[in-house]
Write a protein that binds this ligand. Structure first.
Ligand code: UDX
Length: 452
């Protein structure tokens, strides 16, 4: 019924990676709530379940991907950019002409750069969704300059050198990807930045008060409009589209959390892609055990290299902790972070996790792995001062020390206060008159003006 009242339809195309799909579906919900009909275009690989979104239409773009193609995120994204181009070109004209409502624009993930030339050909304006932060995008946009100045590719001998023009970043904080082909990451980034420049604007899952310096610089350097309208998951009255999760969350951990003291639990999760070695896994396990804090640990299938599940854990490990540790394959992360028992989030600093932690005022233990995560971790620990980076090697003594620093150390209260302040800002920006609220209004009116 609602669908019939809507005047315009938006086509949104998602990247199939978890950390990209969830924010795109959340954005779709936000735009739906603003009066637009929504069609989601998606690859066959990791396709969302239409039954979970009865108010959206769905359209599959054949991707020709095999299981082996999906192991490396850069390779996967490159393949999607190549293999989905022809099918999208074929179906887009009929999606436009068969739409019951006019389609003012196409919205696609920044990583799907192939969509820009296709939209250009059809004279269909494209808006970009950048699912990462603005500060890391600024770095991505400066890749050619960073290479010219010799900062990229990152050299082991220069890790502690400050990156001039990008304080407080050091060379070790620059984005990198452990791809089969490191040059492929550089090329992908340069290409998606170029196609952002050709777009009609970029929508960001961030907020002005969090990344004002980066957003100001982006406005100076680029002519495309910026719409920082995040945090998406908090702007939805009905909660987020986290049912976009590709794995089923194990909710049993919530009743375990209910039994823990306030601010006592370390929640440990490294997102949907990062993987660690068996040796690192054991250092984490012993570091958590020795910290004497309760912990909730997400061990995703496939997240320990060369291991199927929990077999590397010493036998009786959890039992010997007397209920102080709880392990799940996948957690309802947003609910976990909002639980009063959670006192810190040991995270890989994927942008969604970083933002979700900020929104709940939870201090972070930062252990970035790749891509934008190192930049996010540096901002969390040294700019917003809401976390501590795990320094040096991933080693049990270091883990124990860092957990204590964040949970009970001298600076712990200050970090917690900063986190609570930032939480308030994240909430205020969505209220009437707040920055994200106003940018969303401009986004909606700009989309409508594209239609006329
Ligand atoms: C990837 C990249 O790694 C990251 O650098 C980039 O910023 C986004 O894409 P990912 O590794 O999946 O993201 O991390 P993140 O961005 O943090 O997203 C993970 C999502 O999975 C979060 O929304 C989180 O709430 C959810 N999650 C994670 C769960 O719902 N349950 C879990 O147990 C773990």
């Amino acid at each position: 019924m609602e669908e019939e009242k809507k005047q315009h339809r938006l086509l949104l195309m998602a990247s199939p990676l978890e950390g990209h799909m969830t924010p795109l579906l959340n954005l779709a919900h936000i735009l739906f709530s603003k009066g637009f009909s929504v069609t989601i275009l998606h690859t066959l690989f990791n396709s969302p379940d239409p039954n979970s979104y009865p108010h959206f239409s769905f359209h599959t773009i054949p991707d020709g991907l095999s299981e082996a193609d999906t192991l490396d995120a850069v390779h996967l994204t490159d393949l999607i950019n190549i293999r989905c181009a022809h099918p999208l070109k074929e179906c887009l004209p009929s999606l436009l002409s068969n739409s019951p409502q006019p389609v003012p624009c196409f919205i696609s993930d920044a990583a799907l750069h192939f969509t820009q030339p296709i939209c250009d050909e059809l004279k269909l304006p494209r808006l970009v969704l950048r699912t990462g932060g603005a500060s890391s995008f600024l770095l991505f946009a400066s890749f050619p300059l960073l290479r010219e100045k010799g900062y990229l590719p990152v050299q082991e001998s220069r890790l502690e050198e400050p990156v001039v023009d990008f304080p407080p970043l050091k060379v070790k904080d620059l984005p990198k990807f452990q791809s089969q082909d490191p040059e492929a990451f550089y090329k992908l980034v340069c290409r998606f930045v170029e196609e952002c420049k050709a777009s009609s604007g970029v929508i960001w899952n961030t907020f002005e008060e969090l990344e004002s310096a980066a957003l100001t610089k982006l406005r100076q350097d680029f002519s495309f409009p910026l719409y920082p309208i995040g945090p998406f998951h908090k702007s939805l009255l009905t909660g987020s589209a986290s049912s976009a999760s590709l794995l089923t969350p194990d909710r049993s951990c919530m009743s375990w959390l209910d039994k823990q003291e306030h601010n006592s639990v370390v929640y440990v999760s490294f997102g949907s892609i990062a993987a660690i070695s068996e040796a690192e896994f054991l250092e984490i396990a012993w570091g958590l055990a020795n910290s004497l804090q309760p912990f909730l640990w997400v061990i995703r299938p496939g997240s320990i290299r060369d291991s199927e599940g929990l077999e590397p854990l010493p036998s009786g490990f959890l039992e010997n902790l007397g209920g102080r540790g709880y392990i799940v394959k996948w957690a309802p992360q947003e609910q976990v972070l909002s639980h009063p028992a959670v006192g810190a989030f040991w995270t890989h600093n994927g942008w969604n996790s970083t933002l979700e932690s900020i929104c709940e005022g939870v201090p972070m233990i930062c252990m970035p792995c790749f891509a934008d995560q190192k930049v996010n971790a540096k901002y969390a620990s040294s700019v917003w001062n809401v976390g501590v980076q795990l320094q040096n090697k991933l080693e049990r003594g270091e883990v124990e020390k860092t957990i204590k620093k964040v949970m009970v150390g001298d600076g712990a209260n200050e970090i917690r206060d900063n986190a609570l302040n930032l939480k308030e800002k994240a909430s205020a920006c969505l209220k009437e008159g707040g920055s994200s609220y106003c940018f969303l209004d401009s986004l909606v009116s700009d989309i409508l003006s594209l239609a006329s």
